[in-house]
Design a protein around this ligand. Sequence first.
Ligand SMILES: Cc1cc2nc3c(=O)[nH]c(=O)nc-3n(C[C@H](O)[C@H](O)[C@H](O)COP(=O)(O)OP(=O)(O)OC[C@H]3O[C@@H](n4cnc5c(N)ncnc54)[C@H](O)[C@@H]3O)c2cc1C
Length: 206
Amino acid sequence: MCPGGFIVPAMTDGTQSVVNGMSPSGRNSAFANSGLVTEVRLEDFAHLREEWGELAGLRYQQLFEELARQHSGDKQVAPAQRVSDFVYGRESRTLPRTSYIPGITPSRLDRWMPEEIGARLRSGIATFGKKMKGFVADEAIVVGVESRTSTPVRIPRDPDTLMHTQVEGLFPAGEGAGYAGGIVSAALDGERIAEAVARYCKAHNF
Ligand SMILES: Cc1cc2nc3c(=O)[nH]c(=O)nc-3n(C[C@H](O)[C@H](O)[C@H](O)COP(=O)(O)OP(=O)(O)OC[C@H]3O[C@@H](n4cnc5c(N)ncnc54)[C@H](O)[C@@H]3O)c2cc1C
């Protein structure tokens, strides 16, 4: 949750719609945003294994981002739906104001998201709604898609030395290498790796 923050574009090329959330230190914008994470299971992208092998998860993510782009407007405009409409399967004819500067366009996210992701999100939001009054609201919107919470590939490393299993002296670390999924886990992994590198240097008299 980013209170007093913004939704920002996070795509890396023009074929995708990807968003993320942040708040400046003042946390004083009129908006709050929060990434809603759902699990993706191996069977969800089993159909891509034959063609994409180990990169099937990456391809699944790419297809999801491209799908979001196909359902959005021009340039960096993002597809969006009122939370209540997303949960109850209704069209949002209008949308409330948003912090996302490139703009949003009404879209049936409940229809075009892969069923396994959409169903899990709808059920999760409905459960939040039972626990927190007002969570499933007309004023709140779902903006698509925050698809880069954690990397779908992992560079292998030895569990003891934390060094790459085949490349001497290479220490895969942090989010890009597949060992973190956020600020704190990346920082802690970085610290572990720094200690492992120091041990390695000491052992080799570097
Ligand atoms: C908009 C946004 C909002 C976020 N909000 C949150 C949040 O609220 N909470 C949370 O927990 N996480 C959040 N995250 C995720 C979090 O920022 C990342 O998980 C974390 O920064 C990953 O840290 P890292 O050190 O593994 O990688 P990075 O922070 O990406 O660091 C990698 C570094 O490597 C450098 N680099 C890349 N290639 C090379 C090269 N060839 N040579 C030299 N240097 C190179 C890059 O310039 C970069 O500085 C957010 C991310 C974004 C984009």
